[in-house]
Ligand binder design. Structure first.
Ligand code: SF4
Ligand code: SF4
Length: 139
């Protein structure tokens, strides 16, 4: 049986992705996500191995408590307001990434910006560079 340390869990969904027996289920709304662990007898260990936060441990089935559920509010993008990731996930990235990599060349704090806005900003910059390059070539 899997025991979950709810304090350590990041809400990343890795365990739900790797469980071959649908023992770990997930629910998502535009603003929240939750994970539910059913009692598991298979003990294949995949979820334990793939958890980046080391929040899961195997315990004997008869020592299993309640089936836990954890819910997270998703963090809103600082640009568009769309909710895109859990706060523990973003704080974890912030804690392991060197500070100089947390901002881009313009000082944009990209960890707290959703992937869609990041892509749009990058595309806009790339377009400006291309236009600038072509303008310079015109005699
Ligand atoms: S031990 Fe294996 S079967 Fe059980 S919850 Fe984890 S991944 Fe799923
Ligand atoms: S893999 Fe670990 S951190 Fe990610 S949701 Fe599962 S228990 Fe939480």
């Amino acid at each position: 049986m899997i025991k979950v340390d709810v304090i350590k869990c990041l809400g990343c969904f890795s365990c739900t992705n790797v469980c071959p027996n649908q023992n770990i289920t997930r629910e998502e709304t535009p603003e929240t996500r939750s994970i539910h662990w059913k009692k598991c007898k298979e003990e294949c260990d995949l979820c334990v191995e793939f958890c980046p936060a080391k929040a899961l441990t195997l315990v004997p089935f008869d020592q299993a408590g309640e089936e836990p559920t954890i819910s997270f509010d998703l963090v809103a993008c600082k640009i568009c307001g769309a909710r895109y990731a859990t706060e523990p996930m973003l704080k974890r990235i912030e804690s392991i990434l060197p500070e100089k990599l947390q901002k881009d060349s313009t000082g944009l704090d990209w960890i707290w910006i959703c992937p869609v806005c990041r892509r749009n900003i990058e595309a806009e910059r790339a377009t400006k560079q291309i236009v600038l390059g072509r303008t310079r070539k015109i005699p």
